[in-house]
Design a protein around this ligand. Sequence first.
Ligand SMILES: Cc1ncc(COP(=O)(O)O)c(C=O)c1O
Length: 418
Amino acid sequence: MVDFVSLLSSKLEVFKASEIRELLKLTEGKNVISLAGGMPDPQTFPKKELAEIAKEVILERGENALQYAPTAGVTEFRKELTRYLERKGVKVNREDSIIVTTGSQQALDLISRVFIDHNDVIIVELPTYLAALNAFNISKPEVVGIPIDEDGMKTDLLAKELKRIYSEGRKVKFIYTIPVAHNPAGVTMSLERKKELLELASKYDIPIIEDDPYSYFVYEDGVDTTPLKTLDREGRVVYLGTFSKILSPGLRLGWVLGNSYVIDLLERAKQSADLHTATLSQYIAMEAIRRGVVDATIEKAKQIYRVKRDVIIDALTDNMPENTWWPKPVGGLFLMVFLPSLEIDTKKMLPEAIERGVAYVPGASFFANGGGWNSMRLNFSFPPPEKLNEAIKILADLVKEKIKGPTVKITPETFYRV
Ligand SMILES: Cc1ncc(COP(=O)(O)O)c(C=O)c1O
């Protein structure tokens, strides 16, 4: 056989098979309740409406819908999408442009290629979205994590870090944040913190990458969901979104809205990645917006997820040992549970949990600084309510068995070191 191993790129170490992913793969098709993925509830998929739209689009507009498209996306769709975002309260500046991406995962990958060189500093939340970390890590940056609490990123700690980094003569390439209905933690940044974040970004002239898949799913009244993009007066926010949770992840459709200088660069990077995002998906999503299918899907999904969120919180409250902490998820599809002992390693515990019939993602995967080993991310959008209850009871029993000695409350700040 060819000696492939000696021929591989050094980048490959970033793609090394994750033990966790391998373990979770083993649960597929087994009798395991998975709180691990981030899948929408299939009940939310508007199957009939999408089937009708797809048929019409292919038969009536097939000469375009089945053809190649421009790299930035189908022009008519980009206009429709921009108008849709404006209706949702996202500010679009005169200098802005929009690019359609193959899921917002591709946007994260393109941003990584366009902005990051080896050893550049980027800032993320602690914890943050695992697949964003993976996309950024391909470019080998130094990733600095800022702890979150129930009001989102702790801007006082951000100020401290920025001061340290700039005093060392270094600069930050971007700040990546999921301000509303965070993944993995479900929290939302307060308006005050959003303003502080924008002020700090302005002071040091740093772009902000705002990832917003979940602001459509906020379950509490009075939560401020204003995008940073809307509050920004300086054109520094690059705004990412996706159709994955508001229509269907199978369409693989995301977008980036921001200053056209950045969007042009992303377009150039995308050209070599995949030429363009599937034309047919773009036509289908365009019609789904026009016919109100996207809005109806959001409404339906929001009802379903609110019920499930309440079920999982009640189950945690009733079953988990004292001092177990989870920031209340005001929106989104996930919550993060911090077990009340630093002695518990949720990665080590996972095989046992799977054995007993429950899967989750160990929290350390979401911590850029190697912390969070006693935490876990739980998804509540996919399993039916009764399974959520059952899963939490199983997990709580396991955790209680693991706790030796007194319990103590642990938060993301526990793992923060300047
Ligand atoms: C915060 C965040 N960003 C980006 C994505 C990527 O989504 P997609 O590639 O399906 O658009 C997800 C998906 O779960 C996410 O949670």
